[in-house]
Design a protein. Structure first.
Length: 147
């Protein structure tokens, strides 16, 4: 695993101010700083991106797959609608962990379906900003068991 790509979808640029009772007060910059510290301690590169555009996420998943990077993906609302992301993950060969800040299964019915989960290595949801750290830990653990 040469790098970890953390990819964030629509509206995640509003973290910290958008529905803090649901998503918490941590900003994307807070999450990035935390993950950067952990990756640096392990000697891994961190690529951290956010876009409100589905095609950007598709491009970034394909890019990660080409270099063998692991992906932590919070696709936001695209989780529940995007066959394009499903196909990008399936076709790229990238190891992907789907993450959500909130427990999507305890929310509206439409949030309970994921097009990403069937092609992801795993899903972590409901732990706020810690969901990203837990995903990173899972990727590290998986990598260590391979060696």
């Amino acid at each position: 695993m040469p790098a970890v790509h953390v990819l964030n979808g629509p509206n995640l640029n509003l973290l910290g101010t958008r529905e803090p009772d649901v998503y918490g007060r941590a900003t994307l910059d807070d999450i990035k700083a935390r993950l950067a510290e952990i990756c640096a301690a392990r000697g891994l590169d961190l690529v951290f991106r956010q876009s409100n555009h589905e095609g950007d996420l598709v491009d970034w998943i394909q890019e990660a797959g080409k270099i063998g990077a692991a992906v932590i993906l919070n696709a936001g609302a695209f989780t529940h609608t995007s066959i394009a992301l499903h196909d990008a993950i399936k076709g790229s060969g990238a190891t992907v962990v789907e993450v959500h800040l909130s427990n999507v299964h305890a929310r509206e019915n439409f949030r309970r379906h994921s097009f990403i989960a069937p092609v992801a290595r795993g899903v972590i949801a409901g732990f706020g900003a810690d969901s990203y750290v837990l995903a990173l830990d899972a990727l590290f653990d998986r990598e260590e068991r391979k060696t």
